[in-house]
Ligand binder design. Structure first.
Ligand SMILES: [Zn+2]
Length: 477
């Protein structure tokens, strides 16, 4: 009553009073909710940091199975292993979704050798074939090298100057871009489309500077896309070898290189998306996907790319089970079949989602390495993105104390991006980017380069975000 008297004296109308009380109770409720959320998320972190299996799973994927190109025997072994593990943690359903992939085999030889330098004589360059590279005759092929900066520069050169030559793309990642993914995005066109464009102008092979900022000489592979063009040998050079070749081409005329590669295109092959879920208790047909891609390049162990993302996604289901969290919505772990060489896993899953009776409300993918967590990038259809972003900003406040302070609009991750047109809100998990391209698609992408706590912190962060999405859902204005 005292409050009422004070309020009346201050000129509150009964209607105003009602609104004030409603506001007060809303504030109290939402405070209680956020206290409860803070507590629950602390428990998720405690649980993952003391009881998770994700590091052990990654060890098996890397050391017992190793690099796993989609369609390869290693790819099949990885599907079986992860399905078994998902079953063992008590997922309600585990199933394999068939995906047809183009299988390409690297072979055992990749060489690039300068054969006529006046200054240095013969020089072996550190090299590796790009995914879907063509092969050379057994003794290799030898031709003059022409250096071009990038795709735009190539376009301006007449075909007569390219014909019969080996094209060397010199543009690498720009060190001034503090986020290395931006540097990668600005340079990777030379790798994905360079060989095709060079072949169209009559080049007989290409060499591309590796997509890395590390000053070593380890070459980095990755896909190149020929579309209808007949594949020519397309190799990547390690950073130091690319520097040396670039300088040689500046100082000497008529530098020739011998290239050898015995890659093979194996045609269509069957692979699978590995899928497991915890059924939603209230809205079973509303789905939250959490995933990574199970395939990797074959020269390393696919540890950061993307074994880390797969085991983090698996860990989300695992921690929900260990803590006895019963989600309202269905939480579905999807390990996509082939992000690296065709995206057929993502395309197959998106087609399935579209034809199902389910509504995919959100999808979270970890495919940026297993390093220290930084946050998420968000993406959604224009008509819902503003309001989804606003809601997620509230969750960011709860997650920020765990290092997940970053939530930016635009971009998410490759596999889940195929769900965007269905109105799904997408989140790409973003760890620190500085060391990712030291290992990406290289022989150094091995288990030893993934840090246990960093990996687990990422898994916990993804579980925490999913906990919040599941609890509150999205309401679009
Ligand atoms: Zn990846």
């Amino acid at each position: 009553m005292k409050i009422l008297n004070t309020l009346s004296r201050q000129g509150f109308s009964p209607k105003g009073l009602f609104l004030f009380i409603a506001f007060l109770s809303l504030t109290i409720t939402s405070q209680a909710q956020s206290d409860e959320d803070i507590e629950e998320i602390r428990e998720i972190y405690d649980n993952v940091l003391t009881s998770s299996s994700c590091y052990d799973w990654l060890h098996f994927l890397c050391k017992r199975i190793g690099g796993r190109i989609a369609g390869s025997p290693e790819g099949t072994a990885a599907e079986r292993y992860t399905a078994q593990m998902l079953d063992s943690i008590g997922a309600d359903t585990v199933w394999m979704q068939e995906v047809e992939v183009n299988y390409w085999r690297r072979g055992s030889v990749a060489k690039a050798k300068v054969v006529n330098s006046e200054l240095l004589g013969n020089v072996d360059l550190s090299t590796v074939a790009l995914g879907f590279s063509g092969r050379t005759p057994k003794m290799g092929l030898t031709a003059e090298v022409i250096k071009v900066w990038d795709l735009n520069a190539l376009e301006k050169i007449p075909a007569s100057e390219i014909q019969g030559k080996i094209v060397f793309f010199d543009k690498g990642m720009d060190p001034t871009k503090t986020n290395t993914f931006h540097a990668y995005g600005a340079a990777v066109g030379q790798r994905t489309a360079g060989p095709r464009s060079a072949a169209e102008k009559g080049a007989i092979a290409t060499l591309t500077r590796s997509m890395t900022l590390k000053q070593d000489d380890i070459p980095h592979s990755g896909v190149t896309v020929f579309q209808d063009q007949t594949p020519i040998p397309a190799l990547a050079l390690g950073m130091q070898s690319a520097n040396l070749l670039s300088e040689l081409l500046d100082s000497e005329k008529g530098i020739k290189i011998n290239i050898q590669a015995d890659c093979e295109h194996m045609g269509k092959q069957k692979a699978h998306n590995v899928i497991a879920e915890i059924k939603g208790s209230t809205y079973p047909n509303e789905v939250i996907v959490v995933g990574g891609h199970l395939d990797s390049w074959d020269i390393g162990e696919g540890a950061h790319d993307d074994g880390a993302g797969c085991v983090q996604a698996m860990e989300v289901l695992h921690v929900f089970r260990r803590m006895g969290i019963r989600p309202k919505r269905t939480i579905r772990c999807v390990l996509f079949a082939n992000e690296e060489n065709g995206m057929f896993g993502a395309t197959t899953y998106a087609a399935y989602a579209k034809n199902s009776k389910e509504k995919h409300i959100a999808a979270i993918e970890s495919d940026a390495g297993g390093h220290t967590p930084r946050g998420f990038r968000m993406d959604a259809l224009k008509e819902i993105s503003k309001s989804a972003f606003k809601q997620a900003q509230k969750w960011r406040e709860i997650l920020a104390p765990y290092g997940l302070y970053y939530l930016d609009a635009g971009g998410s991750a490759a596999d889940i991006s195929k769900l965007k047109s269905q109105g799904t809100v997408l989140f790409g998990y973003r760890p620190d980017s500085q060391r990712y391209f030291d290992y990406h698609h290289a022989e150094t992408d091995v288990f030893e380069n993934v840090h246990k706590r960093e990996l687990e912190l990422g898994a916990a962060g993804m579980a925490a975000l999913i906990y919040l999405i599941d609890k509150y859902g999205f309401t679009f204005e």
